[in-house]
Design a protein around this ligand. Structure first.
Ligand SMILES: Cc1cc2nc3c(=O)[nH]c(=O)nc-3n(C[C@H](O)[C@H](O)[C@H](O)COP(=O)(O)O)c2cc1C
Ligand code: SF4
Length: 544
């Protein structure tokens, strides 16, 4: 495979396109509400109405407004249809024809969505730029969108050190949660001696409410493979693994298809782009343990052992898979690499804030009008996300809090909604950016119950290796249950606070270290809800 061949494939793909495309979302959310049947209905109707020369239906990735699925978007008009049913395919297809001679508009029974609403217009898709546009199971579609050109440019025009320098100067930070500078991590792995090095993509995504990485993999799997191959070239690795949770069968299927297609075209395996780069990628399927997303536990799991976190240092960059230097990055981190290589470090560094560059993908969920997948520039105020993109609380209610960072994150009260969304600002509020789960809560949400929910999750998911987390999460859960039931005293709240402090400072890995965060943040911002539930507050006040 050479650049000229890549261009030929792209050109051929463009020539094959029909003037009108009906893009049917085939990501998990829409599939679960029946989008595959919708796509079949369009295929039938296009044939039945004799339009196969002019119109095509295709299965694309996530169209982002998940609450309104099955979603369908028409090119080039950009008309968006929501909650489409197979029986509406006939009238949608008919409406694509020119209006009748009397000048009457053809009627269409499907619900038209507004592609100009802030949910779409305030987004900045970079990671998601192909999502809902390319066909994830066709490599030609990705190539026609400019796919694999960044890999070609990296291998052909840049040295590994120049690739690392570009990623470093871009300011990209890991999207898996901690926000470690990606270029620095790549530089550490590249510098390590040793003939065998590995590149691992962390697609374990276990936070409740999070579905960003799943959507990226389902919608644009080749972009992640391309990002991994560029990383392999930069750090000198010949083998890659994608560790993806078994609960994501569609993402797994699309990755399998993508890996096969990339191999067939010489874009994965030996001699990529006829260069000395050898890099193959294999999948490893996780069994759904949240802790296996922690990088050292993930390494253990790939090695076939029970997934339990290990003491760091040594970090995986030094001693990872089978004791070899290993680069571990998140799905979204890798997905950011091709556009950085194509458009340059300065372009990426020009987006976002001083310390948080680029965009962030969030799974917007909870008590909010528009739920779905969003990508916004770093630094966008939380208020813009929840009120403009998300349309605020349903039925005109008031938002009470926004939870970011999943079980490791915290609850940000409505009074702080003007906070810009970046790593530092969220941390200053006692939450974290996390991998991108964003759950909105309205006035009906009981914040003690929220803290209890996340603690129960951590208690269940604790691997049990270290005592503070194993026993501490159980104790904290018991105390929260007593508080929620109205059985606890003030002394027990103090005990809860002391436990939070102890578990945070003495646990071995990030799960235990951050498990207290939802409790600490709800105590900080919603203490009155705890106080109202305490036994003493039920005691009659003394008469004056
Ligand atoms: C309990 C726990 C679960 C984690 N789960 C994930 C995960 O699902 N996906 C992920 O990318 N990182 C996860 N991480 C963070 C990883 O350990 C690691 O920092 C990350 O994969 C590095 O990639 P990045 O630099 O691109 O962010 C988790 C960490 C902890 C402590
Ligand atoms: S902190 Fe929890 S999850 Fe992490 S090693 Fe200890 S017991 Fe296991």
């Amino acid at each position: 495979m050479e650049l000229a061949e890549l261009r030929q494939i792209a050109e051929h793909e463009r020539r094959q396109r029909k003037p009108v495309s009906i893009r049917c979302c085939a990501a998990a959310g829409c599939v679960s509400s029946g989008s595959l049947a919708v796509k079949q209905a369009f295929d039938r109707e296009i044939a039945a109405q004799g339009l196969t020369d002019q119109v095509q239906a295709c299965s694309v990735g996530c169209l982002r407004l998940c609450c309104a699925g099955p979603l369908v978007q028409v090119d080039p008009s950009q008309v968006l249809y929501e909650e489409v049913k197979p029986e509406q395919a006939a009238s949608i297809v008919a409406s694509l024809l020119p209006a009748s001679s009397e000048g009457k508009e053809r009627s269409c029974s499907a619900q038209r969505g507004d592609p100009h609403r802030p949910f779409f217009t305030k987004q900045m898709p970079i990671v998601l730029e192909n999502s809902g546009i390319v066909e994830p199971e066709r490599i030609e579609s990705y190539i026609a969108a400019g796919g694999y050109q960044a890999l070609n440019h990296a291998i052909g025009d840049l040295s590994p050190a120049e690739v690392i320098d570009t990623v470093t100067r871009s300011g990209l930070r890991g999207r898996g949660g901690a926000g470690f500078p990606t270029g620095v991590k790549w530089g550490l792995v590249a510098k390590m001696p040793g003939a065998s090095k590995y590149v691992v993509c962390n697609a374990d995504e276990g936070d409740p409410g999070a579905f960003m990485d799943r959507s990226v993999l389902e919608s644009d799997p080749h972009r992640v493979l391309e990002g991994m191959a560029i990383a392999a070239y930069a750090v000198g690795a010949a083998q890659g693994f994608i560790y993806v949770r078994g609960e994501y069968p569609l993402a797994i299927h699309r990755l399998e298809v993508a890996i096969k297609q990339a191999k067939k075209l010489g874009l994965s395996g030996a001699g990529i782009f006829d260069s000395p780069l050898n890099f193959r990628v294999d999948l490893r399927i996780g069994a759904g343990a949240f802790v296996c997303g922690e990088e050292t536990a993930l390494i253990e799991s790939i090695e076939g052992k029970r997934g339990m976190p290990q003491v760091r240092p040594p970090y995986p960059a030094e001693k990872g898979l089978w004791d070899c230097p290993t680069l571990i990055n998140n799905v979204e981190t890798f997905a950011n690499i091709p556009p950085i290589i194509n458009r340059g470090a300065d372009w990426f560094a020009g987006i976002g804030t001083a310390k948080s560059k680029g965009t962030k993908v969030f799974a917007l969920a909870g008590k909010i009008r528009y739920t779905g997948l969003i990508e916004v520039p770093m630094g966008m105020p939380l208020r813009t996300i929840v009120e403009d993109l998300g349309g605020g609380a349903p039925n005109g209610g008031a938002i009470k809090a926004v939870q970011t960072g999943g079980p490791s994150g915290g609850c940000i009260p409505a009074s702080l909604l003007d906070t810009p969304v970046d790593y530092e600002s969220l941390q200053a509020l006692g939450s974290i950016m996390g991998s991108g789960g964003m759950i909105v809560m309205d006035q009906t949400t009981n914040m003690v119950e929220v803290a209890k929910f996340f603690m129960e999750f951590c208690m269940d998911e604790s691997c049990g290796k270290c005592i503070p987390c194993r026993a501490g999460t159980v104790q904290m859960y018991r105390l929260l249950s007593r508080i929620a039931a109205g059985d606890a005293s003030q002394a027990e709240v103090s005990q809860l606070e002391a436990l939070c402090d102890m578990v945070k400072h003495t646990s071995l890995c990030g799960l235990g270290q951050s498990a207290p965060n939802p409790v600490v943040s709800t105590l900080r911002y919603f203490r009155q809800e705890y106080d109202q539930l305490l036994k003493k507050s039920r005691v009659a006040l003394p008469l004056r």
